[in-house]
Write a protein that binds this ligand. Structure first.
Ligand SMILES: Cc1ncc(COP(=O)(O)O)c(C=O)c1O
Length: 420
């Protein structure tokens, strides 16, 4: 079909927003010819490589068949699921947290939670500080809303952990929010509670909001993800999370239901009143069947989540032990491993492209997670050596195959390999 000339103008904000990068990686993969012995191995999009528990599939099916599910719910979602989530958060953050049903709004996924939260605290022209490499949808959303993303560079030598001190130097009168993702996408880095506490105090000091996307919070295996919600915590005595913090969550990974689209925002009701306006216009209430299906099951599904989290931990250990040298893991955790490729002076985009096209392993290059032209990064060429592998997508057998193919491609590609 011939593309007709457009008789009207597209918005500058839309044109300034990058295209979704995962489709680019899938496009490379179309060049690969799989065989039964050498299937395509997809480690690109963070997607659970295992189904949800049967009991959850059953309750969602029952809820779908109920005519009641065809109607609207309040924008904030099912009050019973909001209550169940508030209780469930005690098992994640500790019994003494102060999060109530009224602090929670459900959304159609965490990306939507981010857009609604950020829109409620920023106007066009404002600035938001985000550690780089970052989750590309955050930057895309900020571009779409005409908000300037200020990169807070992180580096492999610091385990890709952001520095509150450096962050403080980036705050200007236009700064409205600091956005963190922990466990991180793309680096897998798990930010320690003390670091998160420092960011909480920094936000308080500068009168900006700290927004943390905790899509992967259930895969932290080292204790509570942070103490921002706790009534007695690492933070100062006068810390009150409702004054400085917005938490975002996704049900997609913990409960293996990304296609059902369910996320959550935890914020003070003063912010939720504004968020309600966003939701009313973007999507009136998240899909109902998944809400009704999950609501009675949250406590019962906790052992499933804990087992999954332990399985993922073992898979990361396996990946670390099988990865052929001189490929090297810089950080790993939850769903992702951030891996340094061994090819001298070759951009990560070229490596990821050939991995997909020639050896059938789909990954995402670090350039997809970095500012355009990597302005402001301490060492742009070093940052372009990294590739994100979504370890959660694979079972152990396929993970072995990936590592075998990585070993063999070093000769096949004919690029100079930099020894350690
Ligand atoms: C950090 C982060 N936030 C949000 C999302 C999207 O979550 P949802 O499926 O709930 O929209 C993802 C998905 O990969 C993610 O990695």
């Amino acid at each position: 079909m011939r593309t007709p000339t457009l008789g009207f103008k597209l918005s500058q904000a839309a044109l300034n927003t990058a295209s979704p990068p995962i489709s680019q990686a899938f496009l490379w993969a179309t060049q690969y010819v799989p065989t039964p012995g050498r299937p395509l191995l997809d480690m690109s999009q963070g997607s659970p490589g295992y189904p949800p528990p049967k009991i959850l599939l059953d309750t969602i099916a029952t809820a779908s068949a109920n005519p009641r599910s065809c109607g609207y719910l309040p924008n904030a979602g099912d009050p019973l699921l909001r209550e169940a989530l508030a209780n469930e958060m005690k098992t994640v953050y500790g019994k003494d947290i102060d999060v109530q049903t009224e602090d929670i709004s459900l959304t159609a996924g965490c990306n939507m939670a981010f857009v609604a939260a950020i829109r409620s605290v920023t106007d066009a022209g404002d600035e938001v500080i985000v550690p780089a490499p970052w989750y590309f949808n955050h930057q895309m959303s900020l571009d779409m809303l005409d908000i300037k993303t200020i990169p807070l560079p992180t580096s492999p030598s610091d385990g890709f952990l952001p520095s509150p001190h450096v962050c403080g130097t980036l705050v200007t009168p236009k700064t409205k929010a600091i956005v963190l993702v922990t466990p991180n996408n793309p680096t897998g880095a798990v930010y320690p509670p003390s670091l998160i506490a420092s960011f909480g105090m920094l936000a308080k000091q500068h009168g900006v909001v700290l927004i943390i996307d905790e899509t992967y919070r259930d895969f932290v295996t080292t204790g509570v993800p942070h103490e921002l919600f706790a009534t007695s915590s690492l933070l100062s005595d006068d810390w009150s999370w409702r004054s400085h913090f917005i938490h975002l969550f996704s049900f997609s990974k913990s409960y293996c239901v990304p296609g059902h689209r369910l996320g959550a925002i935890v914020a003070t009701p003063q912010v939720l009143v504004q968020i309600d306006k966003m939701l009313d216009n973007i999507q009136i209430c998240p899909p109902r069947p998944v809400q009704h299906g999950l609501q009675p099951l949250l406590p019962a599904l906790r052992p499933f989540i804990d087992e999954t989290s332990q399985k993922l931990l073992r898979r990361h250990q396996l990946f670390r032990s099988l990865l052929p040298r001189p490929w090297r893991i810089g950080s790993q955790g939850a769903y992702y491993a951030f891996v340094r490729h061994p090819f001298k002076n070759i951009p990560s985009l070229d490596v990821s492209r050939r991995l997909a096209m020639e050896i059938g392993v789909i990954t995402l290059p670090s350039t997809f997670f970095l500012p355009k032209f990597m302005e402001g990064l301490r060492d742009a060429s070093e940052m372009d050596r990294w590739i994100r592998f979504s370890v959660a997508n694979m079972d152990d057998e396929n993970l072995q195959k990936v590592c075998q193919r990585l070993a063999s491609c070093q000769d096949q590609f004919g690029w100079e390999v930099e020894l350690e």
